[in-house]
Design a protein around this ligand. Structure first.
Ligand code: FE2
Ligand code: FE2
Length: 338
């Protein structure tokens, strides 16, 4: 079904009044809608679970299960369907609060005339079209964000090739680790973006410090340490990134409170920043720099183990090691591909 052209809807009706249902389905079909009727709530719920419907019309006063209980069960697995609750008389309808709580969009008082119901269905169709447009816009926006992200990453790469490659590897590590930890979809995607740009603040570090191949002086190191703040400043310009820039801001904090820029410790450090910190350090140990050889994955594992409870979260560090050991081939590939 193309929602932009939706003029008829797929409707499921639940009512224990068979006569009413017969009339209703004739009327709705005359208006071009696809209708399926049920007198028995459980099989109706089962059908809604299996197949997609645009609109659910449900009678309120039924025995043994009332309409609001049916809606409650449906809302547990379907938040999107447009619901019209009907009743013989408005005095017998549930309160507005209950309707709002169950996200019932419309109420229809039964009568022999169906004009009102047809109008409610038409506004339901408009509602569905609007929701579908918003969803399309959101997914387009997400595509733009990903493209914008790639451009930014290339910009960093033009100045500092190491940071670009390091960020790519940290993103891959964060992706596999967040999935290993079974984080939810939003956390996984927030961490992805934060990992890709965690060092973007290095764009604001003078070249003579950022690209220096010999040991940094204390003063120079202080300048490098401003990069999480710069990154957070860049990403705080838009509300879209409000859950992301704190991850960047805190990615150099340590579990024992000896990190930077703020020195917060333990669980005060946001979870995703604690995860990113492990992935970031792991890559920094394994990867080769102009001033140091890359270490082996085994050595990096022992370093993460050593930092558990001091630099790293003592619950996350062993899980990270477990993840690396269970995905050794993939982890090795990350380091040979870049
Ligand atoms: Fe960093
Ligand atoms: Fe980093």
């Amino acid at each position: 079904m193309n929602n932009d052209k939706l003029v008829s809807a797929k409707i499921l009706v639940i009512d224990d009044d068979i006569n009413m249902m017969d009339v209703l389905s004739v009327v709705l079909r005359r208006y071009g809608h696809i209708v399926k009727t049920y007198t028995e709530p459980l099989s109706a719920i089962e059908e809604l679970r299996k197949n997609n419907y645009d609109i659910l019309i449900v009678n309120y006063l039924m025995t043994p299960v009332k309409g609001d209980k049916i809606v409650e069960a449906v809302r547990e697995f379907n938040k999107e369907i447009y619901i019209i609750l009907m009743s013989i008389h408005k005095d017998l309808a549930p309160s507005i609060e209950v309707m709002q709580q169950l996200d019932i969009q419309a109420y229809y008082e039964k009568s022999n005339r169906f004009d009102n119901l047809i109008m409610l269905i038409q506004s339901g169709i408009k509602y569905i079209q609007q929701i579908s447009k918003i969803k399309n816009m959101n997914s387009q926006l997400e595509h733009y964000l990903v493209d914008f992200a790639k451009i930014l990453l290339q910009t960093v790469g033009a100045k500092d090739h190491y940071t670009e490659e390091h960020s790519r590897r940290v993103t891959l590590l964060a992706d596999v680790f967040s999935k290993y930890l079974k984080l939810d979809e939003k956390q996984i995607s927030d961490l992805q973006i934060a990992a890709a740009f965690h060092d973007i603040g290095k764009i604001g570090i003078p070249d003579n410090i950022l690209l220096k191949t010999t040991r940094l002086t204390d003063d120079e190191y202080q300048v490098i340490k401003t990069h999480p703040v710069i990154a957070a400043n860049i990403f705080s310009v838009s509300d879209i990134y409000k859950d992301i820039y704190p991850i960047m801001y805190y990615h150099h904090e340590r579990y024992d409170g000896n990190g930077y820029p703020t020195g917060i410790k333990g669980k005060q450090i946001p979870l995703l920043a604690r995860i990113l910190s492990i992935c970031d350090s792991f890559d920094a140990i394994v990867s080769k720099r102009t001033y140091k050889e890359g270490a082996t994955i085994e050595f990096a594992i022992s370093e993460i183990q050593r930092g558990s409870g001091t630099q790293f979260d003592p619950e996350l560090a062993p899980k990270f090691i477990e993840m690396v050991e269970n995905n050794m081939q993939y982890i090795e590939k990350i380091f040979t591909d870049f």
